[in-house]
Design a protein around this ligand. Structure first.
Ligand SMILES: [Zn+2]
Length: 438
């Protein structure tokens, strides 16, 4: 397993990185044997948890970081791999996916489609897969090659993606939905079986996800929170995804309501709950040990103020999916100014051209430079890791099992790195990761 993955990595490297010859040469030379400890030298080391290091080194034992430093003061003994004009980052965190759609060649619908119109097309598309396990595995592999050390996967149960071992590591959220109590009860029972199975598969952690306010009753959301508290698990919920969702939830009217009527799932008892409904839901899911608010495109000031008082909550921003739907600008800056944790997800191929969280970073650097490049990197690494209660990931520091990736780093000043990354379509190169050493 390790040999074939590393071999495939090398071949991909040679095909795509001929212009980056120094790095390629070093990578191939240094990766030529079963050596547990290695030292990677690089023009830039970006630990995330501390300031960028120019001309630094990282010592790794398999996929775990042993030490890092600047200059030539590394310990003697292990082989030294000089990566030249590259930048070393911790493996990234892709906080939100639906890998069941990973066989799609193009997103569903068209850019600018309304969310409620898109949902009808997604429901139609969902029924057509004959080998969902292979589709999920392909998506996981694509996410890994986009730099993801950990993926937050929303799973239609029973989840077809169980493999041993998985590439990369996954937190798999059991999706629970249904406005009718009987449907929700059935989904909760299946979620319980998912939690049990996850315990016997490497690199899978179970979690729970009441799907969205338009598909899941308040009572079922509350049940999911109780379940998360019992299992000490993370909870994720799609929320504040569009202005039409808000109108449906507050007034029970509008195009989203009409769409639900059209597909026969409108139940007036669940909608038109008044202006505080979103805050009410936020207060419920805030009772989970850790809660991810997926998207948060339409969060309003009072809701942002509430989140600012909830350090156990994280907003997951899916930049290119947000752009696909042509929503109003995402309130990521307002969230950051209130010190609310924001992580990054790719969402699925139903709304995104690929599953590379590195490409989300590159897109943000180009389209949202107001966020700041170091904060953008932190969202894709450290903040995502903290959202999943994983202090061992998302930062290069001794003891971390973050995995290491290399990206282009030919820049005299670290502030010039973003321009280099925007210009280069090269995917990250994995230097160390559990799936390379398993
Ligand atoms: Zn989603």
């Amino acid at each position: 397993m390790a040999t074939s993955v590393v071999g495939a990595e090398k071949n991909r490297f040679l095909r795509r990185f001929r212009g980056w010859a120094t790095v390629a040469e070093a990578f191939l030379r240094g990766d030529s044997g079963p050596v547990a400890e290695k030292i990677f030298r690089s023009r830039w080391i970006l630990p995330i948890s501390e300031a960028p290091i120019e001309n630094g080194w990282v010592m790794a034992k398999r996929h775990e970081v042993v030490a890092l430093g600047v200059g030539d003061g590394w310990p003697h003994g292990p082989p030294v791999i000089n990566l030249g004009d590259s930048a070393i980052l911790p493996g990234l965190i892709n906080a939100h996916t639906h890998l069941e759609f990973s066989d799609l060649a193009l997103p569903i619908g068209f850019s600018g489609i309304k969310l409620h119109q898109w949902i009808e097309l997604v429901i139609q598309n969902r029924t057509s897969r004959h080998d969902p396990g292979a589709v999920i595995a392909a998506g996981a592999s694509q996410a890994f090659h986009g730099g993801a050390r950990l993926v937050g996967e929303i799973a239609t149960l029973p989840w077809a993606g169980f493999r041993n071992p998985l590439v990369p590591e996954m937190v798999v959220f059991s999706e629970v939905l249904g406005l009718a109590i009987a449907r929700a009860e059935e989904r909760l029972a299946v979620a319980s079986a998912h939690f049990a199975k996850s315990q016997i598969v490497d690199r899978v952690t179970a979690a729970i996800s009441p799907h969205a306010p338009y598909s899941t009753s308040i009572e079922t959301i509350t049940r999911c929170v109780e379940y998360a508290r019992k299992e000490k698990s993370i909870l994720a919920m799609h929320l504040c995804e569009s202005v039409e969702e808000r109108e449906l939830m507050e007034s029970g009217t509008g195009p989203f309501a009409e769409q639900l009527k059209k597909i026969g799932v409108f139940d007036a008892r669940h909608f038109g709950r008044g202006r505080t409904v979103t805050q009410d839901i936020l207060q419920i899911i805030a009772q989970a040990p850790s809660a991810l608010v997926i998207h948060g495109n339409d969060l309003r000031p009072l809701e942002i103020e509430f989140l600012a008082r909830q350090p156990q909550m994280t907003v997951v921003y899916c930049p290119r999916t947000h752009a696909f739907f042509q929503h109003s600008p995402h309130p990521v800056r307002q969230l950051m100014s209130r010190r609310i944790r924001v992580a990054i997800g790719t969402d699925s191929l139903a709304s995104n051209p690929d599953l590379s969280v590195w490409n989300e970073v590159r897109w943000l650097l180009e389209h949202r430079p107001d966020i700041g490049w170091q904060e953008t990197l932190a969202m894709a690494t450290l903040h995502g890791a903290d959202a999943f209660h994983r202090p061992d990931l998302g930062r290069i520091q001794p003891g971390a099992s973050c995995g290491l990736i290399a990206v282009p780093g030919g820049a005299k000043q670290c502030d010039d790195l973003p321009r280099r990354w925007i210009e280069s379509c090269d995917p990250p190169i994995w230097l160390t990761a559990p799936s390379l050493t398993a």
